[in-house]
Design a protein. Sequence first.
Length: 219
Amino acid sequence: MRSTSGRIFLTVTMILLISLLCVGLLLRSMVRDYLTDNTFDQLEQDAKVVSELAASCYTGGGLTSIEFLFNLNVVSQVSQSDAVICNSQGRILLCSSSPFGCEHQGLYIGKEYLQEVIRSNAVRDTGVISGLYHDARYICSVPIRNENNTVVGIAIISQTAERNNELLGKLTDIYVALSVLAVVLSALFMWLYVKRQNAPLREMAKTARDFGHGDLNAR
């Protein structure tokens, strides 16, 4: 009797654990995809705004307008992202973190990436921007075009992946805690249920033992 109850209890518990694990993995994947898509959508919007600002302020000598530098810094602060402006050859002209001069000025991005941005009109990617940042990022790049629709540069907008990872980690912790609570409560409920269902059988077994030991009044 105990062996049968134990097997049922263990089987139901394992099914519950596996079900919760599958649901958790599916939920984590869906949340990660949602956060990634939402981040990219926001970055692309910011990149287009920066591109339009840069195009309106672009001159043959580059981007030196105080108004553009101020707007670039504002966009970066509001969106909590970093912006990098490159010319048509991929040379970095300025960064939103230090619009009046930074250590990255003069560096070049890869030609293949530059051509892909110009060809695709918008490129979404994740990873590390070598020479600029050392952490994994969500990256969106769009071309900067003048009034003649000529590409005069590209705008690269990026945001660290740490914030999304932290949020995903917190959601995972909450789900694990709720899953453990659900398993404990379910196990307790099943134990009480099995104990109640087996009570008549245990009483019959006790009565049979007592009767076998000479207690003829056992019922």
